[in-house]
Design a protein around this ligand. Structure first.
Ligand code: VG1
Ligand code: CO
Length: 543
């Protein structure tokens, strides 16, 4: 048993973004890149001596190699135990659950989520803390600060044990416990949704198509949907995790899950379609001939959550990220619970969930979750939808259009301009920010700005302030445009433009969001000068 202390030098740019550190796989594979970052995390969280740490990832290329390195470094830094999903696999929500039920100090989650994988794709690493949620900003700041002063890292000379056999092994003075990545997650879902009711639904011929996109959710979806709930084999497609996700982006949106969308709008569509992303925390839900926008999904789930088995007591409160539409706010008002608006990224929900002030959280980027873990949870959302469909005896489309009738419809779309020139993207946002004080009263296209600001958030629990979280323009017809740069991309900058408008009239609820929002889209383009500054006249991805 040999602990090596290896001299190193700080590496530039190891700054955690919206969800951990994400870079090209080739960057992570550079000498010392991963080792430096892992040591900075260990130091930044105050050391791991005597602690239990969960480790697992989405199975993308480099997952197992990186886990081997992390285990050797945990052992060399004195950790007592590492709990690892068999094969190195753990979906992000399953990892969050494992941290909580095993009362671990925290966990390393290896994933670049919806970003493509493979040798030429992306890789990522994030640390979750003892509540099971992503490290909050004060900790990610400490980790980044440590990357800049690091002079050495510690690693065991011995190789880590193989990851494919269940059991407990040793590495130096540390136990390495290889666990079934699925069993505890299934137990948790059984508590939250009514398996019998969903079984009856499938037995009556309800048809579901779940696209796991060759990512980590496949084994979880096979186990729960087909083995436990009796959905026919073939319900789950692309259910085997592949290191490069079959060459696709494992992102459940109309562009990357195009086959699923096409199926759901075809004459042969099943009753419900769903998909999740690389690490299993995102979800999309579609009905026959209709797709549920993630912002609407949060609102519908919030309005119906009391029907699901684990939430019969009702909701304490709702939280959404700022760019998510205000559909959920209307539900909060109607059922009389508080509503919270946080910056983008799940790390901001953790303190609200820990304080017991909210039960459900969501983001426009296809993420919903509840207080059962401290991450968004793709398969959970799909199961809750199934439980609600079964409880109400209505179709997905019926539930969604009924929701609009009661609450009105918040037409919503997000336009992404990917891999634009970094300087141009930063300048666009900086100029927008600088223009805020003079914007009220100015007209762009057919719309006039009522107010504008740069979103800042004060965490009600720890008082920390996160500023510069997105420029918001409110128009005088109640429409809203939000501008921010992505914190998960690995190439140039990605500009996200979030657009929405409320429509109370049920006679106007069946329209195409792109058409309804055309004046807002045009005003946003004029306001930010997107075309002129980026040379792009159409977005790369529309969700
Ligand atoms: C994106 C989404 C954000 C989400 C984050 C991590 O961040 O917009 O809502 O929390 O990804 O999700 P950004 O900074 O690129 O807009 V995941 O499923 O990629 O871990
Ligand atoms: Co994800």
């Amino acid at each position: 048993m040999t602990i090596q202390t290896v001299a190193t030098r700080p590496i530039d740019g190891q700054k955690p973004g919206t969800s951990g550190l994400r870079k090209k796989t080739s960057v992570f594979r550079q000498p010392d890149y991963l080792r430096n970052y892992v040591q900075a995390v260990i130091d930044g969280v105050g050391g791991v001596a005597g602690r239990t740490v969960v480790v697992g990832g989405d199975g993308r290329f480099f997952n197992d190699t990186a886990i081997g390195i992390i285990l050797r470094m945990l052992a060399a830094n004195g950790a007592a135990c590492a709990i690892v999903g068999r094969g190195g696999l753990l979906s992000t929500p399953a990892a969050s659950n494992l941290i909580r039920i095993r009362r671990a100090f925290g966990g390393f989650i290896l994933s670049a989520s919806h970003n493509p994988g493979g040798e030429d794709g992306d890789f990522g690493l994030k640390f979750n803390v003892a509540n099971g949620g992503p490290a909050p900003e004060p900790i990610t700041d400490a980790i980044f600060a440590r990357t800049k002063t690091l002079t050495a890292y510690r690693i065991m000379a011995e190789e880590a044990p193989a990851l494919d056999r269940l059991g407990t092994w040793t590495l130096g003075g540390m136990d390495v416990e290889i666990v079934d990545p699925i069993a505890d997650y299934v137990t948790m879902m059984e508590r939250l949704v009514d398996f019998d009711r969903i079984r009856t639904l499938f037995a009556a011929g309800f048809r579901l198509r779940f696209d796991a996109m060759h990512a980590v959710t496949g084994p979880y979806a096979h186990a729960i949907l087909e083995d436990c709930l009796g959905a026919p084999p073939g319900t789950v497609i692309n259910g085997t995790p592949l290191p490069d996700f079959g060459g696709h982006h494992p992102d459940p949106n109309p562009v990357h899950a195009a086959d699923l969308f096409a199926l759901m709008f075809s004459p042969d569509a099943p009753d419900m379609g769903a998909a999740s992303d690389g690490d299993g925390d995102r979800n999309i839900v579609l009905g026959r001939g209709i797709s549920v926008s993630p912002s609407d999904s949060l609102a519908v789930l919030a309005a119906n959550l009391h029907l699901a088995k684990g939430y019969a007591g009702g909701l304490k409160g709702i939280a959404r990220s700022m760019p998510t539409s205000r559909a959920a706010d209307r539900v909060a008002v109607r059922i009389g619970v508080p509503m919270f608006e946080t910056p983008t990224g799940w790390k901001f929900f953790g303190n609200l969930l820990d304080a017991g002030t909210v039960t459900i959280c969501g983001e426009e980027s296809a993420g919903t979750g509840s207080d059962h873990v401290r991450e968004k949870d793709g398969l959970w959302a799909v199961l809750i939808w199934l439980d609600i469909v079964a409880a109400r005896g209505e179709s997905v489309a019926g539930i969604l259009t009924g929701h609009w009738k009661t609450h009105g419809r918040d037409y919503y779309t997000r336009h992404d301009y990917e891999a634009i020139d970094t300087k141009a993207g930063e300048r666009l946002i900086a100029d927008l920010r600088a223009s805020i004080p003079g914007l009220a009263g100015k007209t762009f296209g057919s719309l006039t700005i009522a107010e504008a600001d740069d979103f800042a958030y004060r965490d009600p629990t720890d008082g920390s302030i996160s500023a510069g979280q997105g420029v918001r323009a409110m128009f005088d017809n109640g429409a809203r445009a939000v501008f921010r740069l992505s914190g998960t991309g690995t190439e140039g900058a990605t500009l996200r433009v979030y657009l929405e408008m409320f429509e109370p009239d049920p006679a106007r609820h069946g329209l195409d969001p792109q058409e309804v929002l055309a004046p807002v889209i045009a005003a946003a383009d004029k306001l930010a000068g997107i075309g002129d500054r980026t040379g792009r006249h159409t977005p790369d991805v529309i969700t």
